[in-house]
Design a protein around this ligand. Structure first.
Ligand code: BEZ
Ligand code: FE
Length: 303
């Protein structure tokens, strides 16, 4: 059972509370002349919530210095291959909350989930039935489905970006040899159908050798993600869908996903086939392989 959370009132004298409140009001007022009304709203709300946090927990000066040190360390480890602030947003559930706010449920549109830090622009194009694996290791997995809108119309030519970790738990960009593997894009055919070979997803930890990993360790949390395959699906006039599919039966789903990305509707059966069973496209595979189906429903861009 997950408990509902409410903020207790700070246990301070009325005089002290008035001093603290006056400071909050003063800072909120300092943003009153922000010309951009949205920036004004954001900064004033941020001030109110940040001050409420400091007051609620009676934050010590040592603790605030630790916060600054933590953010400084996150900045130092961040570069164009490593994005510690995305990890922080993800493990705090801020990424998923932003996704919830911006992707309101609409009819039977496929649910969105966390983007993560490992998407790469301009991944290679593959034809329908092509293979995203490159040289990435793992069990071959045939993925197929259709792309439709919420009125059931097919979406010919929808652009589908897919990416995933290898069976060691690493994305290509986490290796230093410049390889491109486990990622590609393709286009749905004129009936909105698509299919490709990928790897059966396996669980892996988010990068946890930096400050966010230390935070997880200090709070008794695991860095593991449930096994998944990433998708971004785009088509004119329809809401861009950033999502994953997860593997039914993966124990990590029950244990918990470190970035809160799992949604029941995104858990799919991955059927394991014995070596020698013919594949849908007549490919010769030495070992076992898997197949799954993911029918994608895109909401209108404006709902
Ligand atoms: C990922 O699924 O690739 C991912 C998501 C959040 C943090 C780290 C990795
Ligand atoms: Fe991932």
């Amino acid at each position: 059972m997950i408990e509902k959370t409410t903020a207790p009132a700070p246990a301070v004298s009325p005089d002290q509370a008035a001093i603290e409140q006056a400071l909050t009001d003063q800072v909120v007022a300092s943003f009153a002349n922000t010309p951009d009304p949205r920036l004004r709203q954001l900064m004033q709300a941020l001030t109110r919530h940040l001050h409420a946090f400091v007051r609620e927990v009676r934050l010590s000066e040592d603790e605030w210095n630790k916060v600054i040190e933590f953010l400084t360390a996150a900045g130092h480890i961040t570069d164009d291959r490593r994005q510690e602030f995305v990890l922080l947003s993800d493990v705090l559930g801020a990424s998923m909350q932003t996704i919830a706010v911006n992707n309101a449920a609409y009819k039977d549109a496929t649910e969105a989930t966390v983007f993560g830090p490992f998407f790469v622009q301009d991944a290679p194009e593959i034809p329908i039935g092509g293979d995203i694996a490159g040289n990435a290791h793992g069990q071959p997995c045939w993925v197929e489905g259709t792309v439709t809108d919420t009125d059931g119309n097919t979406v010919p030519g929808a652009r589908i970006e897919v990416w995933e970790a290898d069976d060691e738990g690493f994305y290509d960009v986490q290796y230093t040899d410049g390889r491109v593997a486990g990622r590609a894009h393709l286009f749905a055919d004129d009936q909105g159908k698509y299919a490709f070979w990928a790897l059966t997803p396996t669980p892996y930890p988010i990068p946890h050798d930096g400050p966010v990993g230390k935070l997880l360790a200090a709070t008794g949390r695991s860095p593991m993600r449930a096994s998944h395959l990433h998708f971004v699906v785009t088509a004119p006039g329809l809401r861009t869908l950033v999502t994953h599919i997860f593997v039914y039966g993966d124990p990590q789903i029950e244990i918990g996903d470190s970035v809160f990305g799992v949604k029941d509707s995104l858990i799919k059966d991955f059927h394991i086939q014995k070596a020698g069973i013919p594949t849908p496209d007549g490919r010769l595979i030495e070992g076992d392989w898997a197949h799954t189906r993911f029918d994608i429903v895109l909401a209108p861009a404006k709902v």
